[in-house]
Design a protein around this ligand. Structure first.
Ligand code: WT7
Length: 645
C-alpha cells in the first residue's frame, strides 16, 4: 500500500494547505478516494457551527473494519497488524497478523450478535491493554455497535455514571489487568459499578490474570467460551466470513467520555467516515509512516490517543502497531527503550510526562540501549518543556530523529497542529503548523481575532478553529445542547478548544495550556469541578476549591483548598481519607497532590470563588495577587498564603 496523500516536502505542504482552505470539499474528496466504500457519498460537506450540524460524506456507506482489515488481506495478510508486548517481559509476545486479526474480529462480531448486540447499541469496554481490547473495539465497529472504552484507572462510580449516561446494555471486561507489579481486579470494579444499574444485560469476561471473579448467572459470560462457539460459525470451508454492517458515513462509531469545566464528564461522539479518513491521513503524514515500519504509541486505548493512533489510524493505513500492556518503569526504567530495541521500533509516540519521568533516572533509562532503529519521535497530551524536548532529541533520537509535537483533543479525533516529521520544521515546545484542512485563529475574550503582536512579536489569544475537519466531534451523547454550549457558543461560529496559544510570525503555534477550569495531570484531562464534587462528598468537608500548580513530572499537580468541619481532626490522616474518597468517586488519577485546610475561600460579593488568586498562591506567588479589593473578606487571603503547603 502506498499513500498518494503523503506529503513529501515543505512546498507540497504549503500547496496542499492552500488547496485544503480554498477547496476543502475537493481536497477531502480526493483523500477519501483512497478508502473502501460500499457506496460513495452524495455530498462532501454540510455544516453550520450554530447548531452545530456537521456532516461529512453524507449518503456514503462503509464499514471502518473493512478499511482497517479486509482490504489489506490480499497483500499483507501475513504481515503483523498488532505486535503485543506483555507487562512481564519474560512472558510470550503475541504477533497478530492481519489474517488473524480478521478472524478474531469476525469472531467478536459473531459473539456480540449471538448475545443480542445490534447496530447502534452501546457496548462499554473496560479492559487492560491486551490484543482482545483491539478485537473488542473492532468487533463492535464491524456490527455497528457503538463502543465506549473506559480507561482501567476509573473507579466503579465513574463507570456507573458513564453506563447510565450512555444507556449501555453490554460490557466487555477482563478478570484483571497487569500494571507493573500490580494486578487490578477489573471485573470486581465492574461488579460494583453495576449495583443499581438497570440497563446492562450481559457482561463478557476475558481471562487475563486469573484473578478470582464472581460470575452472575444469566448476566456474566466467559469470552473464551463465547469466542469458541463463534469460531465455528464464522469459519466455512476454511474461509472466515462475517458480513460487515453497512454504516452511514455519519453513523456514530464510538463515544469517549472526557472531562470539561462542569462536574459531569461528556460523551464525545465520533462518526464513521470522517474519523476514519482524518486519523489515517494524519497518521501517514505526521509520522511519515513507510510500509513495514513499526509504530509504537505508548498510550492506553482508554484514551483518544490509543483509539486514533494505536487502533484505527495505523490499521487503516495497513501499518504494524505495537501495543504495550505495562508501564514505562517496570521491570526497570529502560522498559520503553528495551521494547524499541526488541522489535526495532521506528516510530515512538509518547507523552511529555513519561519523558520527564524517565529523565529523572539520569542516563539509566537509555544508556544500555541501541535505539538505532528509531526514525521519528512524537509527543502528545500536554505542552512539552524545552528541557524535556532536548533530552528526547539528544538521548533517545541521537539527534537523528525529527520530533513531532502533536496538539489535538478527544473532541478533534485526530492531530490538528503538528510538524510533519522531517518534512516541515520542528521548533522545541511549539506544535508548529496546522495540518491541511485545519484553520486555526486566536481570539481575545470578546471573540475578536488577535492581530496585534506583543512586544516579543507574538500573537496571543484563545485558540479556535473556524472550519470543520472530517473528525470533529458531532455531538455529546444524549445532550446536543451541551455540545453547543461547550464548544460552539463561547465565540459565535467558531469551535473553541479551551486552550490558549501563541503564534509567531512564521505561523507556528505554541499551546500554552488550558484557559478554562480543566487540569492536565500527566497528560490526563481532569475537570476541577469534578474533583471538587468528589472532595465535597467526604463527610467532614464543607466546601473546596481545586486549582492546578506546576509539577516537575506530571506537568500540573492538583492543589485542593478545603474547608473542613468534621468530627475528626483536620490532619494528615484526614487528607488521606479525602484522597481515598476522590479515588472512589473518580479514580486514583484525580487524587489531589496537595491539600490545604482553610477557614474560608476568597469569594466575590456575589459568591464566586476567585480561582485566579488561589492559582497564584498554589504556584508560589505571594506578592502580585492582583486586585483583591472586590473580595467579600480579603483577610482569608493572608491566612491562605501563610499556611500554604
Ligand atoms: C488537551 C486535550 C489528544 C491526545 C491526548 C489528550 C492538551 C494535547 C498537546 C500538545 C500542548 C497539548 C491541550 C488539549 N494537549 N496535546 N502537543 N501541546 N498541549 O487529549 O484528554 O482530550 O486533552 O491536552 O490542553 O486541550 P485530551
Amino acid at each position: 500500500m502506498s499513500y498518494p496523500f503523503q506529503i513529501k516536502s515543505f512546498e507540497e505542504y504549503q500547496q496542499k494547505y492552500k488547496e485544503s482552505v480554498e477547496q476543502p470539499e475537493q481536497f477531502w474528496a480526493d483523500v477519501a478516494e483512497n478508502f473502501l466504500w460500499k457506496k460513495k457519498w452524495d455530498n462532501v460537506l454540510d455544516w453550520n457551527f450554530a447548531e452545530p450540524k456537521i456532516e461529512w460524506f453524507k449518503g456514503a456507506k462503509l464499514n471502518i473494519t473493512e478499511n482497517c482489515i479486509d482490504r489489506h488481506l490480499a497483500e499483507k495478510g501475513e504481515d503483523a497488524a498488532i505486535i503485543w508486548e506483555p507487562n512481564n517481559p519474560e512472558e510470550r509476545t503475541r504477533i497478530v497478523t492481519y489474517n488473524r486479526l480478521h478472524k478474531r474480529v469476525c469472531q467478536v462480531a459473531q459473539m456480540l450478535k449471538n448475545n443480542g448486540v445490534k447496530k447502534g447499541d452501546r457496548v462499554c469496554i473496560y479492559m487492560g491493554m491486551v490484543p482482545e481490547l483491539a478485537y473488542a473495539v473492532l468487533g463492535c465497529a464491524r456490527i455497528g455497535a457503538i463502543h465506549s472504552v473506559i480507561f482501567g484507572g476509573f473507579s466503579a462510580q465513574s463507570i456507573a455514571d458513564r453506563l447510565e449516561d450512555a444507556q449501555a446494555e453490554f460490557i466487555i471486561t477482563c478478570d484483571g489487568a497487569y500494571r507493573g507489579e500490580k494486578v487490578i481486579a477489573l471485573k470486581d470494579v465492574i461488579d460494583d459499578a453495576l449495583r443499581g444499574n438497570k440497563t446492562v444485560k450481559k457482561v463478557i469476561v476475558y481471562t487475563r490474570t486469573r484473578t478470582p471473579v464472581s460470575m452472575i448467572k444469566g448476566r456474566d459470560i466467559w469470552w473464551e467460551d463465547e469466542m469458541q462457539f463463534a469460531e465455528e460459525q464464522v469459519e466455512k470451508d476454511g474461509k472466515i466470513f462475517f458480513e460487515a454492517e453497512a454504516m452511514d458515513a455519519e453513523d456514530p462509531l464510538f463515544i469517549l467520555y472526557t472531562s470539561g469545566s462542569t462536574g459531569k464528564p461528556k460523551g464525545v461522539v465520533h462518526s464513521c467516515a470522517g474519523y476514519m479518513i482524518y486519523t489515517t491521513y494524519t497518521f501517514v503524514n505526521v509520522f511519515q509512516y513507510q510500509p513495514k515500519q513499526i509504530h509504537f504509541c505508548t498510550a492506553d486505548v482508554g484514551w483518544i490517543t490509543g483509539h486514533s493512533y494505536i487502533v484505527y489510524g495505523p490499521l487503516a493505513a495497513g501499518a504494524t502497531s505495537l501495543m504495550f500492556e505495562g508501564i514505562p518503569t517496570y521491570p526497570s526504567c529502560s522498559r520503553f527503550f528495551d521494547i524499541v530495541d526488541k522489535y526495532k521500533v521506528n516510530i515512538l509516540y509518547t507523552a511529555p510526562t513519561a519523558i520527564r519521568s524517565l529523565m529523572s533516572f539520569g542516563d539509566k533509562s537509555y544508556k544500555d540501549n541501541d535505539l538505532s532503529s528509531l526514525k521519528v519521535l512524537g509527543t502528545v497530551g500536554e505542552p512539552i518543556n524545552e528541557e524535556a524536548w532536548h533530552w528526547y532529541e539528544e538521548y533517545i533520537g541521537k539527534k537523528n530523529c525529527p520530533i513531532v509535537d502533536t496538539w489535538w483533543q478527544t473532541e478533534t479525533g485526530g492531530i490538528l497542529i503538528s510538524n510533519l516529521a522531517g518534512v516541515t520544521n520542528s521548533k522545541p515546545s511549539w506544535a508548529t503548523l496546522p495540518l491541511p484542512g485545519i484553520q486555526p485563529l486566536l481570539v481575545d475574550e470578546n471573540g475578536k481575532e488577535v492581530t496585534q503582536p506583543d512586544e516579543d512579536g507574538l500573537l496571543k489569544g484563545n485558540l479556535c478553529i473556524k472550519f470543520p475537519w472530517p473528525s470533529i466531534l458531532r455531538t455529546t451523547y444524549g445532550d446536543h445542547e451541551r455540545c453547543r454550549t461547550n464548544y460552539f457558543a463561547t465565540y459565535p461560529n467558531l469551535y473553541f478548544t479551551g486552550d490558549g496559544a501563541l503564534k509567531d510570525k512564521d505561523g507556528n503555534y505554541r499551546i500554552t495550556g488550558r484557559v478554562d477550569d480543566v487540569l492536565n495531570v500527566s497528560g490526563h484531562r481532569i475537570g476541577t469541578a469534578e474533583v471538587e464534587n468528589a472532595i465535597n462528598m467526604h463527610a467532614g468537608v464543607v466546601e473546596s476549591a481545586v486549582v492546578g500548580y506546576p509539577h516537575n513530572i506530571k506537568g500540573q499537580g492538583i492543589y485542593a483548598y478545603v474547608i473542613y468541619n468534621g468530627k475528626k481532626a483536620a490532619d494528615e490522616l484526614t487528607k488521606k481519607d479525602i484522597n481515598v474518597t476522590v479515588s472512589k468517586v473518580i479514580g486514583p488519577i484525580a487524587k489531589p497532590d496537595k491539600i490545604q485546610f482553610v477557614s474560608g475561600l476568597p469569594k466575590t460579593r456575589s459568591g464566586k470563588i476567585m480561582r485566579r488568586i488561589l492559582r497564584k498562591i498554589a504556584e508560589g506567588e505571594t506578592e502580585n495577587l492582583g486586585d483583591i479589593t472586590t473580595l467579600l473578606d480579603p483577610s482569608v487571603v493572608d491566612e491562605i498564603k501563610k499556611e500554604k503547603v
